[in-house]
Structure formats: C-alpha cells, structure tokens
Design a protein around this ligand. Structure first.
Ligand code: ADP
Ligand code: MG
Length: 533
C-alpha cells in the first residue's frame, strides 16, 4: 500500500493541493456519526480559465511536442499490422483502409477541411485514439462500420470527424437532413451535440439536437426540419416526427447508432427498427459501443452492406484504466456500513457516482446519504429533463460530489475526472457492469470501481467476476472456481430485478422529525415570500 494512503487513513484527512483536493471530517452529532466531505477545488476543472493564456501555452506545448516527436505516419500494410498489434485492435472485412497515425495524416490522405482540423487543435485533441485512427478512414471511404472500443476511448469523435468532413459540402438551403446520430438517452444526445458544436465551428453545417421544443416547433411548422444538415436525437422523439411526416429522411446519407447494443436491445429494438424503416437502405451506417454481443453484430450485418468491423481491446471488456474491486457486504444493511467505512478509511473520494437497480432504491439511498450530510443528488427517469440537466451541470462543476443514479446514466455520459463508481446493487449483466464502471477511467485517466454484493447475488455476480478476470484483476480463490451461468440464467438475471430489503439505517422517528423540520422550514420560507410580495 502506498505511504500516502497509510498517512491519510482515518477520519481526519487533509490532502495538499492535488488535483482532487478534499478533506474528510468525522463529527459526533446526537447519536449519529456525521460525515462531511469538504470540497476545496474544482473537481472537473470546468471553471473558467484565462483561455488566451491557456491557448498560448497549449500552442507552445504543441510546438515543443512537434519538435520532439513528428506525427506518426502509417503508410504500408506492415505499418498497419504493427499499429494494430500495439493497440490490441482487430479489424476484419474486405478492403480495409490503412489507419491514420495522426490527425495531420488526414490532410494528405483525405484533404480534411482546415476548419475541422483547427477545431480539433483548438479543443486540444492533438492525437487520435486507436478507434479514431481506424474508424475515420473507414468512414471516409464510405464503408459501413461496426466499432467496438472501451468506454472513454473516444468513440464520439471517431464518428463525428468523418461525418462532418463528408457532409461539409455546399447544398441548397433547406436541402434536408443528411446526417443522423441516435442515442438512447437525452443526456448522451446532448453531450454528442456539444462535441458536434465544437467541431463544426466555422463550417457551413447546420446542426441541432432534437429537443422537445424543437420537435414542437417542427410540428407546428414554425421551423422547417430540412434546414438542418445533422440531427442528434433519442429514438422516440424522432419517431413521433417521422409519423407526422413533418420530418423526413429522403436526403439522409449517413446514420450513426451510438450505444448500439442498447438500441438493439429490448425496449429500444422496435423503435430503432421503426427509424430504419424510414431510411433509404443505401445510406452509410455505423454502429458503436463498448459492448457488442454477437446477436447485435448479426442484426447489424442484416442492415449493413459489407461492413468493416473494428474491435479495440477485449470485445466487451472493461477499460484497462479502471481498478475494479468487489466487496461482500453480507446483507443489505452491510452496504451502508461499507460506504461509511470507506468514508472513514479515506477511500470515498469525490466525485463519485453510485448506481442502484431501481428508481425507488436510488431515491432511498439519496435520502439516507443526505442524512449523513454528504453533498449528494440523484438522477433517475422520474426527474424532469430540466432537473436532470441541472443536476448534471452541478455535478460537472463540482457543486455535487456524489451522484446517485440508475442505469439511465450508465451509457456514454462523459464526466471528466470521476474518481470512483460504486455499484450499490450488482448490475444485471456484464454489459451493464462495463458501461457503469466506464463512467470513470475515461480519456486515459485512471479510476476506481467498487461493486457491493450480498448472499442474494451469488449468481448475478458471476458475469462481473468474469469481466474482472478478463481485465487481469486479482481474483480470490473462490472466484476462480465459480461455474458458468447458462444462457437462460443470464436472461433471467437481466430481466428480473433481485428483491432486496429496503435501504435505511435511520430510525423512523428521526426521519419523521427530520421531515417535520423540513416542512416547517419550507412553510416559513413560503410565508416570508408572501410577506415580501
Ligand atoms: P467513448 O464514447 O468511447 O466512451 P468519448 O467519446 O466520450 O468516449 O471520449 C472520452 C473522453 O476522451 C472525452 O472527454 C473526449 O473529449 C476525450 N477524447 C476523445 N478523443 C480524444 C483525443 N483524440 N484526444 C484527447 N482526448 C480525447
Ligand atoms: Mg460514447
């Protein structure tokens, strides 16, 4: 164990001015121990900096880098082979193009638009990641693509860069939508849109996210959907517009399905199918995810033309940057105790995301941790879009340190600098596990994940242990000897939530008192507001 961790063990912790500066305090308060995690810095580094200085420094740094290491150029099949071995990538299909070795490669080989390249440099994207090196030339060669690469490895840019390069041509005003990106959640759609905004700056492209208000305006003929070149959307909103005929895909050239295994899975498959039925079969298609099971690949083949398949790292594996840990808590009560122990031992370092299996349980844990005076908030499907947006904003800028959620946030969302993911409840499949823990250890940074399990999880924990083994995690003897689950068992775990005891250690009487106090505060605030008015 490293010396710093030994020194900082215990309740009174004060670190120096490191990246995630924080301090922990233990306080006695009535009969309950009150834990506070104090914030000292901007976790996610999102506070405004002096950009002119930063840009100069970045430019200088880049200059220095360029002096030292020239951009990597891959010319021959032999270069490609070496590159793929190095990054443990497997690329299969016919006529596979040679990957790019640097973004500069795109100038000579694909005459990439200077603005797009400048936008990349301005955003500090200096070197392409392996999935970007492979996907960009494949798409620019107009080929269909199945792309599988670990969480946080840059799949978004892998589809955005070639998409905007191909569509950045002059067309008539109101020509029609030519590019479509679909994502399973609004949060992910808006994140993709933000990245799209950065990269299309100064180009002729008109882009939009299909928000509720835009959908209304299109339906009420206030806005013509044809004015957009590229739309990012979740499936349902799109289908509603397609059905009314107020949005059409007769000019669509490119379709990207992000988190494809989710969008081909139960609950979404029908919607995805409906969208596909509105698209001309000749359009170019890409699907991306960190987990693409063979069934999904088969479906993809049925809608694609001679696709190229790129797999970076272990198919369906967790990102190598994540340290994974499993904790047996005995029973449900043991989970809250485990969290409190982690706090005491200095292992509860914000920003943290905690996943639970249901909305009810997420709400219950939220109230429980609020009681511990931890700086928490919760996101689940019952919260309004506005509330969800607000919580995400506050989590991103460091005002909330512990975000409690359900699988609704397990996919794609990129919070920079999450230190720890806790699976309070065992995820219901290996895929769900890989995506949940993939909220940390992103963009090459390191991260940690902890999964709690109880007696009830003896079966559900097996797929998680498999992922851990594949990732090279140290596993205990008993884990080595676990039998495999049958297909039916896996299906049953995925479809049926494990029944669990309610989350609570706070006696009812204290909860009632707390509620009364809260109601009194709210009533007095209301009264004051009425008097002020
Ligand atoms: P994925 O979709 O594979 O989970 P994302 O596309 O969300 O990953 O990217 C993860 C993070 O890495 C994001 O913060 C993104 O801005 C960053 N990133 C992507 N490509 C690059 C690059 N070429 N250089 C530096 N950072 C990158
Ligand atoms: Mg993604």
């Amino acid at each position: 164990m490293d010396i710093f961790r030994i020194l900082t063990r215990g309740a009174q912790v004060k670190q120096g001015k490191t990246k995630n500066d924080y301090s922990l305090k233990e306080d006695k308060h009535d009969d309950n121990i009150l834990y506070q995690v104090e914030k000292e810095t901007d976790f996610f580094h999102t506070k405004k900096h002096n950009t002119s200085v930063n840009n100069k420094e970045v430019a200088k740094d880049n200059q220095d880098d360029e002096d030292e290491i020239p951009p990597l150029e891959l010319i021959s099949e032999e270069d490609a082979k070496k590159f793929r071995n190095l990054h443990k990538s497997k690329v299969t299909g016919s006529d596979i193009p040679i990957p790019i070795g640097s973004f500069q490669d795109l100038i000579g080989r694909y005459k990439i638009n200077k603005r797009i390249l400048n936008n990349l440099i301005d955003a500090n994207f200096t070197e392409p990641t392996p999935i970007q090196c492979e996907s960009i030339p494949i798409t620019l060669n107009n080929r269909d693509l199945i792309g599988c690469a670990p969480t946080g490895s840059g799949k978004t840019l892998a589809f955005i860069i070639p998409l905007i390069q191909q569509l950045n041509t002059k067309v008539d005003k109101n020509y029609g939508i030519r590019g479509l990106i679909i994502s399973p959640t609004n949060e992910l759609a808006s994140q993709i849109f933000q990245e799209l905004e950065i990269l299309t700056k100064g180009t002729n492209l008109s882009i939009s996210i299909l928000s509720k208000s835009l959908a209304n305006k299109i339906n009420n003929k206030i806005i013509n959907s044809n004015k957009y070149d590229i739309i990012v959307s979740t499936p349902l909103r799109l289908i509603d517009l397609l059905k009314t005929g107020n949005l059409q895909f007769n000019r669509l050239e490119q379709l990207i399905i992000d988190e494809a295994d989710k969008l081909f899975d139960q609950g979404f498959a029908e919607q995805t199918d409906e969208i596909l039925s509105h698209c001309n079969s000749t359009i170019r298609k890409s699907i991306f995810s960190a987990t693409i099971p063979s069934g999904v690949e088969e479906m993809a083949h049925s809608i694609m033309k001679d696709p190229i398949r790129v797999i970076v790292g272990h198919k369906e594996g967790a990102a190598q940057t994540i340290e994974q840990k499993l904790i047996f808590t005995g029973n449900e009560e043991g989970k809250l105790l485990a969290i409190r122990q982690m706090i005491q031992q200095g292992e509860f370092k914000p920003p943290i995301i905690i996943f639970l299996q249901s909305i009810t349980r997420a709400k219950a844990l939220f109230h429980e941790l609020l009681y511990d005076k931890l700086n928490v908030d919760v996101i689940h499907a019952e919260r309004t879009a506005k509330q969800r947006e607000e919580v995400i904003k506050r989590f991103k800028n460091g005002d909330i340190w512990v975000l409690i959620t359900t699988d609704v946030l397990a996919r794609g969302v990129d919070f920079k600098g999450v230190n720890l993911v806790i699976n309070y409840d065992v995820p219901q499949s290996a895929q769900a596990y890989v995506h949940r823990i993939g909220r940390t250890g992103r963009g090459g940074k390191s991260g940690k994940s902890v999964t709690f399990f109880t007696k009830e999880d003896d079966k559900a924990v097996k797929p998680i242990i498999n992922v851990m083994k594949q990732s090279g995690c140290e596993v205990k003897d008993w884990m080595e000897n676990l039998g495999k689950l049958s297909k039916n068992e896996k299906k049953s775990i995925k479809q049926n939530e494990i029944k669990r005891k309610k989350i609570s250690t706070v006696p009812k009487i204290i909860k009632q008192k707390r509620k009364q106090k809260q109601q009194m505060i709210e009533a007095s605030k209301k009264r004051k507001a009425e008097i002020d008015n």
